[in-house]
Design a protein around this ligand. Structure first.
Ligand SMILES: Cc1cc2nc3c(=O)[nH]c(=O)nc-3n(C[C@H](O)[C@H](O)[C@H](O)COP(=O)(O)OP(=O)(O)OC[C@H]3O[C@@H](n4cnc5c(N)ncnc54)[C@H](O)[C@@H]3O)c2cc1C
Length: 361
């Protein structure tokens, strides 16, 4: 023990990197260590582009962090020993902490429907496989933003591939009627076959089985129906909600362990109107920064600031030349204004680029 306050940031995604970046400036006397199971970071919000064969930036985490005097531990965390205040790592000595920032993000939910883990591809993390050659027919399951972005990207990049988009609801069902109409029109222009109101109950080598018993044939199935969080917090006895996300107070502090904070996809955070913040880069970045501000304030013995958070837009790419920017109210419910077409594609690209500078230490 050096006398320095030891802050360990678990996870080098948007939330973890934003927290580390802020801590370097605001908690100068602390020793900051970031742990990640990967040695590189990719822009997760571009993984649909990678699935469509495009190159996306890959950055070396050690290089990125160590030039800012942030220690990097390339290891998988297996348990948090909350009594001994240590993170147990696979294949490396345990790391002691005084404050822990839990930012382990999320992965694809491949467990809830039979056959997904064995037969479907997903695009939730940099580890996912993708078809070596794009087949003649692809079923994209899930008509939320990730499924829409993927279907559009595949259809644009592989015009000879038949892309089917299957969802329980209309594509972009949570957005305004104008936004939904634009998404549908653009997907149809790109040649995507949309089937809404269907429930997939099994994935097989031949395609996907629907609740009515019919088989929708597809040479590859891409699964985008939702994310689930790692169970590390739950297994370590940290209070979590039913989905395993860390339960936090208004300062993002764990309600069960005051030396642990949680941010991003792996945290339950109350937003405007007491509505839970959604799993998004647009949530992970500000919550990462905010947790760092709180930790730094408490280290100085100051009152922590309040979380000032509001959503402004939801951005959906529709291939490289079209997109949708839905303006939203503070609590993320859709407003009336939308941007579409090339302007929207340009705005979305600027937003994606800004996430890199916001999380680069
Ligand atoms: C294709 C796609 C498009 C998206 N588009 C958008 C968008 O347009 N706008 C938007 O707001 N959001 C978007 N998202 C969602 C967004 O990417 C996530 O909400 C965001 O990445 C969450 O950030 P995070 O910091 O919580 O976690 P992550 O970015 O998931 O980072 C978690 C990190 O923890 C590490 N980790 C996990 N477990 C361990 C362990 N046991 N030990 C060590 N390290 C571990 C992982 O390696 C990872 O680096 C998109 C997601 C996808 C997949």
């Amino acid at each position: 023990m050096t006398g320095q306050h030891r802050i360990v940031v678990l996870g080098a995604g948007y939330g973890g990197l934003a927290a580390a970046r802020r801590l370097v400036r605001k908690a100068r006397s602390a020793q900051i260590t970031v742990v990640d199971a990967h040695s590189t970071v990719v822009e997760r919000v571009r993984l649909h582009q990678r699935a469509a064969g495009q190159d996306i930036p890959v950055r070396d985490l050690r290089e990125l962090l160590e030039r800012k005097n942030i220690r990097f531990e390339h290891a998988t965390a297996t348990t948090i020993d909350t009594t001994g205040r240590r993170v147990v790592l696979a294949g490396s000595p345990a790391l002691e902490y005084d404050t822990l920032i839990y930012a382990l993000g999320s992965v694809a939910d491949v467990e809830s429907v039979p056959g997904v883990a064995e037969h479907a591809y997903s695009i939730a993390t940099q580890d996912e496989r993708r078809p070596a050659v794009m087949p003649r027919s692809v079923a994209v399951v899930g008509a939320g933003p990730t499924g829409i972005e993927l279907a559009a990207e595949l259809a644009e990049s592989y015009p000879d591939t038949r892309v089917l988009l299957l969802g329980a609801e209309e594509p972009a069902a949570g957005l305004s009627p104008r936004a939904q109409a634009h998404v549908r029109r653009t997907l149809e222009r790109l040649g995507v076959d949309i089937r809404s109101g269907v429930k997939v109950i099994e994935v097989t080598e031949e395609g996907v089985r629907l609740a009515d018993g019919s088989l929708v044939e597809a040479r590859a199935t891409m699964w985008t129906t939702g994310f689930r969080v790692p169970d590390l917090a739950a297994r370590s006895g940290v209070a979590v909600d039913l989905e395993g996300r860390v339960s936090t107070d208004a300062t993002l502090r764990s309600v069960s362990h005051p030396d642990i904070y949680a941010v991003g996809d792996a945290a339950v955070v109350a937003g405007p109107g007491d509505r839970e913040l959604r799993m998004a880069c647009a949530t992970a970045l500000p919550t990462g920064k905010y947790a760092a501000d709180v930790v730094a304030a408490r280290l100085r013995g100051a009152e922590p600031p309040k979380l000032r958070f509001r959503y402004v837009v939801q951005c959906v790419s529709l291939g490289r030349r079209d997109g949708l920017i839905q303006f939203v109210h503070a609590d993320d419910t859709p407003g009336r204004m939308v941007l579409t077409g090339r302007t929207a594609a340009w705005v979305k690209e600027q937003v994606v680029r800004s996430t890199v500078s916001a999380s680069r230490p």
